[in-house]
Design a protein around this ligand. Structure first.
Ligand code: ZN
Length: 89
């Protein structure tokens, strides 16, 4: 992501900022236990703290009715072994 020259990009920095903000809000809402209705473009892995495209969300767990997505099988395994720790509920 480094080295984005703002002047010659077609996508406006404002749009990127907006998406980033929404992702942040969604992840905060999830952390405090809200169910996020909107399907985000990017998902947040609560185990490793990484964000990744929703299209790559092959690993999923459901905890107390909320879906959690993971970047890898190993993150899902960590979550499944101690969901309370990561779900923050
Ligand atoms: Zn992960």
């Amino acid at each position: 992501m480094a080295g984005n020259g703002a002047c010659c990009l077609k996508s406006t920095p404002h749009k990127i900022e907006k998406i980033t903000m929404r992702k942040k809000i969604n992840s905060i809402l999830k952390k405090v236990g809200f169910h996020v209705e909107e399907e985000p473009d990017t998902l947040f892995d609560v185990v490793c703290g990484m964000e990744f495209p929703a299209a790559n969300a092959k690993h999923q767990s459901v905890h107390k009715g909320d879906a959690y997505y993971f970047c890898s099988e190993s993150c899902k395994t960590h979550f499944d072994s101690d969901p309370e720790k990561y779900a923050g509920t």
